[in-house]
Write a protein that binds this ligand. Structure first.
Ligand SMILES: NC(=O)c1ccc[n+]([C@@H]2O[C@H](COP(=O)([O-])OP(=O)(O)OC[C@H]3O[C@@H](n4cnc5c(N)ncnc54)[C@H](OP(=O)(O)O)[C@@H]3O)[C@@H](O)[C@H]2O)c1
Length: 289
């Protein structure tokens, strides 16, 4: 049996679907029992646990052959990242108690970067978990293609996408969450010893220009990318309600300046198969529902 956290989200959901397709038993770890209903209908066990509660997490992980750990995204962390430190501490203590056969933890491109930024949160997770006694795999994913869901309305209605990724001709490692879930499910079913790192991106790197032309193809209308000047980012993010925009801005700097990159570079990363166009078609369909 495999215990899957984040199952109501994109990557956790796909990981669980792949395991169920492979006739594996899945325990859906949810923080609200009602959200487990659709997974119970598919034959999953349900466990209720919050990422900050070690006891409920330990019960949710008990008896599992493998555990998939996904930290909830936090774009507006408190300085010093206390939120993620508390979750990593709870998860670590739960994993030590439950002793699953192996752990696959969703991490990120650039988790090893030394300059503080939003992705430091997943670096904190990796360092917190790497001394766990069971085999552990850090699945370091590229920029999610699904991040473009935020651009659908503006691309469709105004024909413009505001880009913080720049220059607009610079290729960015991106990946579809379906590819991430597939690889996570494969890893959970493998046997290894010690710590491993798997770095994952899509079939090819994507420039912001290509994001625009692909949206244009999918929507059947011209879509232009507009590079938003660095000097206006802070005001924009604060106007969206962020109280600590610095880590997000430094993450964007890291992609733009190239210091957020896979440890093994483009040559060493595993490549997914799902193309950007497939993801954008799906996002546009979702938006019109
Ligand atoms: N976006 C990117 O480009 C990128 C790149 C690399 C790595 N990542 C990492 O990917 C992860 C996000 O994956 P995703 O997009 O698949 O997530 P998602 O769709 O946003 O789903 C988040 C999941 O976390 C659950 N959750 C939230 N708060 C929780 C809590 N306190 N206790 C237990 N569960 C909780 C949610 O459950 P509810 O349904 O109850 O809310 C949901 O299942 C983050 O760790 C992020 O850092 C993102």
């Amino acid at each position: 049996m495999f215990a899957i956290t984040g199952i109501t989200g994109k990557v956790g959901g796909e990981t669980a679907r792949r395991l169920l397709d492979a006739k594996q038993q899945v325990r859906a770890v949810v923080r609200d029992l009602n959200k487990g209903a659709s997974w119970a209908e598919r034959g999953c066990e349900i466990a209720v646990a919050d990422m900050s509660d070690a006891e409920s997490l330990a019960r949710a992980f008990m008896g599992a052959e493998g555990v998939f750990v996904l930290l909830p995204p936090n774009f507006n962390p408190t300085p010093g990242f206390p939120e993620v430190r508390a979750m990593v501490s709870a998860l670590r203590s739960a994993l030590l108690q439950a002793k699953p056969g192996r752990v696959v933890a969703l991490s990120t491109i650039g988790a090893q970067a030394t300059q503080p930024n939003l992705l430091t949160q997943l670096g904190i997770m990796e360092r917190g978990f790497e001394t766990l006694p069971m085999p552990i795999a850090f699945l370091r994913a590229a920029w999610f293609m699904e991040n473009s869901s935020l651009d659908v309305a503006s691309a469709r209605d105004a024909g413009v996408i505001n880009s913080f990724l720049q220059p607009l001709e610079k290729p960015v490692p991106m990946v579809a969450t379906e590819d991430i879930g597939r690889v996570a499910a494969e890893l959970l079913q493998q046997v290894w010893t010690g710590r491993r790192v798997v770095e994952l991106e899509g079939p090819h790197r994507v420039t912001p220009m290509e994001l625009g032309t692909t949206f244009s193809k999918v929507l059947g209308r011209p879509v232009n990318q507009k590079a938003i000047p660095r000097s206006s980012w802070e005001n924009i993010f604060r106007s969206q309600g962020m109280t600590n925009p610095e880590p997000r801005m430094r993450m964007l700097d890291g992609f733009n300046e190239g210091w957020i990159e896979f440890e093994s570079g483009e040559a060493g990363s595993v490549k997914g198969t799902i193309e950007l166009e497939t993801v954008l078609r799906f996002l546009v369909q979702q938006e019109s529902k």
